[in-house]
Design a protein around this ligand. Structure first.
Ligand SMILES: Cc1cc2nc3c(=O)[nH]c(=O)nc-3n(C[C@H](O)[C@H](O)[C@H](O)COP(=O)(O)OP(=O)(O)OC[C@H]3O[C@@H](n4cnc5c(N)ncnc54)[C@H](O)[C@@H]3O)c2cc1C
Length: 516
């Protein structure tokens, strides 16, 4: 079931209520989605619910990097970097080449900066060696060469720049494609469905009570095992299981800005601010993504926002390396913030990665939090393995082996898809090349389904806002095939309207009309 009318949601609720699941995953961020995908691939009956939209919290508030993690080299964690690189390259080559694209990064080295050219040069060389030079060799280039890649680079005091390769993505779109992969593998999913209580049988958690946030309907889901993958809310759910559960995590806020870009950038900047922190300036969705902050957070996770102070800090820090003309406040199109989940507190059972914490509560509920977007498949597999080997084997003994490299839906070369979208129509009626490219890099071969919608109704080929490449077929597809149920689901996460600052009241009204 991938449609999202009220009747379809009622039908999904009904299916959720009547089936006895092997696994209920609470939280449809990328971690919950990954475990759901892996569990469905292993042949389990699995359900996943999210209180908001899929990837509506942390998983759409990242720096959009699929990366090895240059900064881990500073702490000597060479093995972690090599593992991250392996996963990054698998995503870019085999799993999602249509959605994950290579990006060159420069680390500008200024007079009096926290790191010298020799150290950074050795660092990027080692970084590239750890991915077997798959993205070329890390090296140091001259200020002149750096300026040719990033025209807005500050050159006063610039000594050199270190160069390395990583990848980037549109996190919301990769997440929705992963939800789709999980559903293709047999999972049942529902967004805007909040767990308000846990069901227990003899002290063991055996399901959850839910409330549909769109129409208030209440329902329940029963499962042999429940996984709490609620990210920043992980302790909130643990307290539903045991009111005296001790805190297991700490939160740190990271904010980002999106700005209109005045010139093309051929590379991103990773600018050291002090010995430990960096400021990213990343060409993304034809704009510039700046960030991020890192500040302890203790409020309600649902209330996290980019504040005025965050905006000033991000612009100030970007200003170390980016010219003022590219940092004007009037060019900000969007500001957002997310919460890093850091391990902390007692009760740690096992660690999949340095930053991923898996705990098991008094009622048998598993909780997972932390980790990186980049390694989401690895974390999903690890959590499934942990679930499969729990004492008493609540999931039974007959989980099927998972294939090592199942691609995300729409797997295709984005260049080939863009070319076909363009040439499939007669000259004179051709799709705008920018729109073709946008569809190819956000949907892969699923873009041909959008092209069919346009063939049946040419008005769907029109741009939603004249200043951006998103078209009406995407909004229809989001509603019918991608579980978009609210205006924000469409403008913020299925399309790029919000990040480009194009979700005007008129656009929002027209999308609201489409959804009803
Ligand atoms: C500022 C920042 C930048 C980052 N940049 C990168 C990067 O560039 N590259 C990278 O690899 N990683 C990055 N990360 C890490 C990555 O984004 C996270 O590890 C990942 O998104 C965590 O996903 P999650 O599923 O655990 O959490 P979330 O995405 O927060 O998902 C948890 C979900 O649980 C749901 N939920 C909560 N309570 C309930 C309830 N009661 N009932 C039902 N559902 C509920 C929420 O609605 C939410 O959708 C970054 C993180 C931050 C904070």
């Amino acid at each position: 079931m991938t449609t999202t009318t009220a009747a379809d949601r009622a039908q999904t609720r009904e299916e959720l209520s009547r089936t006895a699941y092997d696994l209920l995953v609470i939280g449809g961020g990328i971690l919950g989605t990954s475990v759901t995908w892996m569990a469905a691939q292993a042949g389990l009956r699995v359900a996943m619910v999210d209180a908001g939209d899929f990837a509506g919290a942390t998983s759409s508030a990242s720096s959009k990097l699929v990366h090895g993690g240059l900064r881990y080299l500073q702490t000597g964690n060479v093995r972690l970097v090599a593992e991250n690189h392996r996963e990054r390259r698998a995503l870019a080559a085999d799993i999602a080449p249509h959605l994950v694209k290579p990006l060159t990064f420069l680390v500008p080295i200024y007079k009096g900066g926290p790191h010298g050219a020799a150290k950074l040069g050795a660092g990027v060389f080692l970084y590239s060696a750890l991915s077997v030079f798959g993205d070329g060799m890390g090296k140091v280039i001259t200020p002149h060469q750096a300026l040719a890649k990033v025209p807005a680079l500050r050159t006063e005091g610039l000594r050199a720049a270190a160069v390395y390769g990583d990848h980037q993505m549109n996190d919301s779109r990769v997440a929705v494609m992963t939800v789709r992969a999980a559903v293709d593998a047999g999972a049942v999913v529902l967004n805007h469905a909040e767990v308000v209580g846990l069901r227990k049988t003899g002290g063991t958690v055996t399901g959850a009570d839910l409330r549909d946030r769109l129409d208030g309907a209440e329902f329940g889901v029963s499962a042999r095992l429940v996984l709490n993958a609620t990210g920043p809310w992980v302790d909130h759910l643990r307290r539903m299981e045991a009111p005296d559960a001790a805190p297991s995590i700490r939160l740190s806020k990271g904010a980002h800005l999106v700005l209109r870009r005045h010139e093309p950038w051929k590379a991103a900047l990773t600018t050291p601010i002090d010995k430990y922190r960096v400021s990213f300036a990343i060409p993304w969705e034809d704009h510039l993504l700046l960030g991020t902050t890192d500040e302890a957070y203790e409020g309600d996770p649902g209330g996290v926002r980019a504040t005025e102070a965050d905006i000033s800090q991000i612009l100030d820090e970007a200003g170390h390396a980016v010219r003022d003309t590219q940092l004007r406040r009037e060019d900000i199109t969007y500001a957002f913030a997310g919460l890093r989940v850091l391990p902390g507190g007692p009760g740690q059972v096992t660690a999949a990665k340095r930053e991923t914490v898996v705990t098991r509560g008094a009622g048998g509920m598993l909780s997972v939090a932390g980790g990186k977007w980049t390694t989401y498949r690895h974390i999903g597999r690890h959590v499934l393995d942990t679930l499969a080997h729990l004492p008493g084997r609540p999931l039974g003994d007959d989980l099927a082996d998972i294939l090592p490299a199942v691609p995300l839906p729409g797997l295709a070369s984005p260049d080939a898809v863009a070319l076909r979208l363009w040439t499939d129509r007669d000259p004179g009626a051709r799709m705008d090349p920018l729109v073709a490219r946008h569809l190819a890099t956000h949907y892969g071969s699923i873009a041909f389904d959008l092209a069919r919608l346009i063939r049946d109704n040419p008005a769907l080929g029109e741009r939603i806002h004249p200043d951006g490449p998103d078209i009406w077929a995407q909004a229809v597809y989001a509603r019918d095939r991608e579980w978009a149920a609210t205006v924000d689901d469409v403008v913020r996460r299925r399309t790029t309207l919000t990040v480009r600052g194009l979700d005007t009241p008129d656009v929002r009204d027209r999308i609201a009309a489409l959804l009803t």
